[in-house]
Design a protein around this ligand. Structure first.
Ligand code: MLT
Length: 265
């Protein structure tokens, strides 16, 4: 799989398929582009799909101590620019949604459409920021098996199929404590994007797993209601990583939305 060199690190990404749209998939914490495999398989039959690994996750290079959402968005922007792509439908899940907001701040003209899955526009409160610092230090002290143990019941429903549980664990274990710490500190520092929502003037689909414990349906619905052209799809029998617990309904929803965006190009 390809890699681009950035000034101080390297970014690994999936690049598959051809078609009328380019779909940019931005992964959740503490995952990697590997979490998008079921969607890459479906979406790349009709469109080009790009899915980068955030620094410190998957096969991308070393992160700094703290990796701001704006830095993650800069990396993505450099990737899209290097590939010579003019327009993308951006799909971010959870942390990927935070990165999508920063990419919008940086380059709204890049967006042909937007999918915000299992994410929120609000920033952390003080206890939330303190928890992230504790988690960053815990990851450094105890390693990735500890990270997987801590995260699993937040990311998936108790009833998630064992195969999905094993896959999420496998992907988490490929990350690094430095990546986890950097992303937690970056998420703690993220801006409140609520004020941005009214400015998003591309077709937007909000997706939420009906049993998402981290960003419950009411949170995603409140976010979507502030975006002028947004629709909401709630996916039954899915938790926070709705794309992995319900891969086919998730991919179908994204595909329908991309078709709408492509007709408007
Ligand atoms: C994620 O799934 O990306 C994280 O749970 C987001 C967060 O910690 O806010």
């Amino acid at each position: 799989m390809p890699t681009i060199r950035l000034t101080d690190t390297s970014l690994h990404y999936i690049d598959r398929g051809h078609g009328p749209a380019v779909i940019l998939l931005l992964h959740a914490f503490p995952m990697s582009s590997a979490m998008w495999q079921p969607q890459v398989d479906v979406l790349s039959r009709r469109h080009r799909v790009i899915a980068p690994d955030v620094r410190g996750f998957g096969s991308s290079g070393e992160p700094p101590e703290s990796l701001l959402m704006s830095s993650m968005a800069d990396d993505v922007w450099h990737l899209i620019d290097t590939l010579g792509i003019g327009k993308v439908v951006v799909c971010g899940l959870s942390m990927g949604g935070y990165v999508a907001f920063e990419l919008w701040r940086r380059a709204p003209e890049l967006f042909a459409g937007l999918v915000l899955a299992d994410t929120r526009a609000t920033a952390d409160d003080a206890p939330g920021r303190e928890n992230r610092e504790r988690f960053a230090q815990g990851a450094r002290a105890h390693g990735m098996a500890w990270v997987a143990d801590e995260m699993m019941n937040k990311l998936l429903r108790p009833a998630a199929p064992p195969g999905v549980v094993a896959e999420v664990r496998r992907i988490i274990l490929q990350g690094t404590p430095a990546g986890v710490a950097a992303a937690q500190r970056g998420m703690a520092l993220r801006a409140d994007s609520t004020g941005l929502l009214a400015q998003i003037d591309v077709p937007t689909l909000a997706i939420v797993g009906a049993e998402d414990a981290l960003t419950p349906p009411a949170v995603v619905q409140a976010m979507a209601s502030k975006i002028p052209e947004a629709r909401l799809e709630t996916i039954p029998e899915a938790g926070h990583l709705s794309n992995l617990e319900a891969p086919a309904p998730f991919a179908a929803a994204v595909l329908r939305h991309v078709d709408t965006c492509t007709r408007l190009l």
